[in-house]
Ligand binder design. Sequence first.
Ligand code: A3P
Length: 288
Amino acid sequence: MTTEGKYILFKGLMVPTETHSAESLKYAAEFQVRDDDVFAVTYPKSGTTWMQEILPVILSGGNLTPVQTIPNWDRVPWLEETRASLVLGDRPPPRAMVTHLPYHLMPPSFFTSKAKVIYVTRNPKDVAVSSFHFHKMASFLDDPGTFDQFLDKFLAGNVLFGKWTDHVKSWRSSDLGDRIMYIAYEEMVEDLRGALQRISKFLGRDLSAEALDLACQQCCFDGMRNNTMSNYSLVPADIMDSSKSPFLRKGVAGDWKNHFSPEQEARFAAVYKEEMKGVACKFSWDKD
Ligand code: A3P
């Protein structure tokens, strides 16, 4: 089912037709996951592109060539998007992928595999702000209206991939043991080197101090902003218009403070509190 042609409804979740099709969603549902596959899982606007930079660097032991020569959407494709079937077919292991799918919509072979997962979570208020600006620059998404109007849609889950709370809860209650590592966008902003070390350890890669230095220069915000293979400057302006808002926009934690009114903060807090009731894990932003 489509909504105004811009979205497909997939198991109740809105996904953009620009990058998804019935075939790509079927491909994801039937995908044969291998034990040495690596997934970075995110709710949109939580650091997906960042992981598309980090994973190839770490998995190759510090080789920067892939991130400097292959666009992010092909080097670490979204499992559910149309590029996946085109680039994953003959890719040698380890294959790195990103996905916005909630836990229960992962393909059956994922659950019986030993594939590793890095789940990146970001303060949902910053996610809402980042998403608002993204909707302004991406012509294949609905016009977001005012921030206040967009916030209502975000809280109701009438946005890409549904509610933030549902996504986070689905992956937080996953039964993957030591196959999954959780990391916060805010942790990566505060200490990128430490985050890269944690991720390397989790993936069983040992990067030298020098390789880590180079990885930090490549994967920091300015490094990625200057990388044409990661900053979406290859996408025509009629699809993604950086003059309205660059894709790599601010790259900070806490930008929500420049957008939320006290009333919007209260509205957000009421919904968040209700929906996160009973969730054991605490996030750094819970004390905001
Ligand atoms: P902002 O709009 O707040 O700047 P995604 O890739 O999931 O769509 O997320 C995009 C968000 O991640 C954007 O947030 C973008 O700037 C931020 N981001 C991407 N790479 C980053 C990096 N190296 N450092 C900090 N933030 C980064």
